[in-house]
Design a protein around this ligand. Structure first.
Ligand code: PBG
Ligand code: ZN
Length: 326
C-alpha cells in the first residue's frame, strides 16, 4: 500500500465512489427524540436555551411525537415538569402525572412508536437534587424505593423503556426487580450508566428548572477525568439487567463511547446533550458555522465512535437533512 501504486484519492473522486466506501451511515432509526412535557393543554412554549425545542403539554407532545415518527424516528424519550415540586418529588410516581399521561396518549396515537421515559427526581424536587435528601446528602437507598415506584407507574401507563438517569448505586436492580414483581418483565431498561457531572447540561436544567438549589451532582455523577470507572459502571449495569447502556454527554466523551462499545456486547446509546445542541445552534445563528453540515458531521462522529443509537434534539432536523441527500 504505497504511493504511487496506491492512490487513496482515486476512491474519493466522485460522490458515488465516496458513498461506496463510506464506513458509517446515519439513518432515522439511529435516533431517539427527547420531549419535555408540562401540565396544561395547547402549550408549546419555546425553550430559550434550546432554540427550536419546546415545553409541550400532553396534546402537543403527541403531535411532536407523531411528527418524529413520520420522519422514521423509532423512539421518543419523555421528561416531565410537574405541577408542583416537593421534598421527595412525589409527583414522579403519580398515576396522573404529566409523563404518565403523555405515555398513554402517545401510545394510543402511535402504538408502534417506542416510548421511553426518563426516571429521576431532580425535575420533581423543590431542592433540585436527584432523590431524597438526608442531612444535606442524597440518600441512595431511600431514593431507590421512589425510583422503583416511578418506573412501575410508567410501566402501568404503557411505557416501552424506562431510563433511570440518577446514577444511583443499584438503580438498575431496583428497576428490574420492581418491574418484574409487578408483571412488567417486557419493559426494557435504558441505563444512564456512564453519566458525567457535566456543564453541558446547562440548557436542559433551564428547560426543566432542575438546577440544584445548592451544591452540585458530583457526589453521584462521574468525574469527567475517568474512563476505567465508566467501564466499571457499565459492567455493573449490564450485570444488573440493563438492556441498553448509555454514555452521556457525547462529544467530549467519544473515547468513552468507543471504550464502552469495545467492552460490552450490549447496545450502546450516546446522549448528544443540551449544551452540545445549544453550541451548534448559537454558532449557526451567528453565521459562524454551517449548521446543516455540522449537524451531520457531529452525529456521524458519535456513531463512528461506537454508539448504536443517539438521543438528540437535532433528530427530526437531521432526518430532514438525510431525506434531502437522497
Ligand atoms: C436528569 C437528566 C439530566 C439530563 C437528562 N436527564 C440533567 C442532569 O443530570 O442534571 C441532561 C440532558 C441534557 O443536557 O440534554 N433527569
Ligand atoms: Zn436527576
Amino acid at each position: 500500500m504505497n504511493y504511487p501504486d496506491y492512490r487513496p484519492r482515486r476512491m474519493r473522486r466522485t460522490e458515488n465512489l465516496r458513498r461506496m466506501i463510506r464506513e458509517t451511515r446515519l439513518a432515522p432509526e439511529d435516533f431517539i427524540y427527547p420531549l419535555f412535557v408540562v401540565p396544561g393543554s395547547g402549550v408549546a412554549k419555546p425553550i430559550g436555551s434550546l432554540p427550536g425545542q419546546f415545553n409541550y403539554s400532553v396534546d402537543k407532545a403527541v403531535d411532536a411525537a407523531a411528527a418524529a415518527a413520520d420522519l422514521g424516528i423509532p423512539a421518543v424519550i419523555l421528561f416531565g415538569i410537574p405541577e408542583r415540586k416537593d421534598a421527595v418529588g412525589s409527583e414522579a410516581w403519580k398515576d396522573a402525572g404529566v409523563v404518565q399521561k403523555a405515555i398513554r396518549a402517545i401510545k394510543k396515537a402511535r402504538p408502534e412508536l417506542v416510548v421511553m421515559a426518563d426516571a429521576c427526581f431532580c425535575e420533581y424536587t423543590d431542592h433540585g437534587h436527584c432523590g431524597v435528601m438526608h442531612d444535606g446528602e442524597l440518600d441512595n437507598d431511600a431514593s431507590l424505593e421512589n425510583l422503583a415506584r416511578t418506573v412501575v407507574s410508567y410501566a402501568n401507563a404503557g411505557v416501552d423503556v424506562v431510563a433511570p438517569s440518577g446514577m444511583l448505586d443499584g438503580f438498575v436492580t431496583a428497576c428490574r426487580e420492581s418491574l418484574d414483581e409487578d408483571g412488567h418483565e417486557q419493559v426494557a431498561i435504558l441505563a444512564y450508566s456512564a453519566k458525567y457531572a457535566s456543564a453541558y447540561y446547562g440548557p436542559f436544567r433551564e428547560a426543566v428548572e432542575s438546577a440544584p438549589q445548592s451544591g452540585d451532582r458530583r457526589g453521584h455523577q462521574m468525574d469527567y477525568s475517568n474512563v476505567a470507572e465508566a467501564i466499571r459502571e457499565v459492567s455493573m449495569d449490564v450485570a444488573e439487567g440493563a438492556d441498553i447502556v448509555m454514555v452521556k454527554p457525547a462529544l467530549a466523551y467519544l473515547d468513552v463511547i468507543r471504550a464502552v462499545s469495545d467492552e460490552v456486547n450490549m447496545p450502546v446509546c450516546a446522549y448528544n446533550v443540551s449544551g452540545e445542541y445549544a453550541m451548534i445552534e448559537a454558532a449557526a445563528e451567528k453565521g459562524w458555522i454551517d449548521r446543516d453540515r455540522i449537524i451531520l458531521e457531529t452525529l456521524t462522529g458519535i456513531r463512528r465512535a461506537g454508539a448504536d443509537m443517539i438521543i438528540s434534539y437535532h433528530a427530526p432536523y437531521a432526518c430532514k437533512l438525510l431525506q434531502k441527500q437522497r
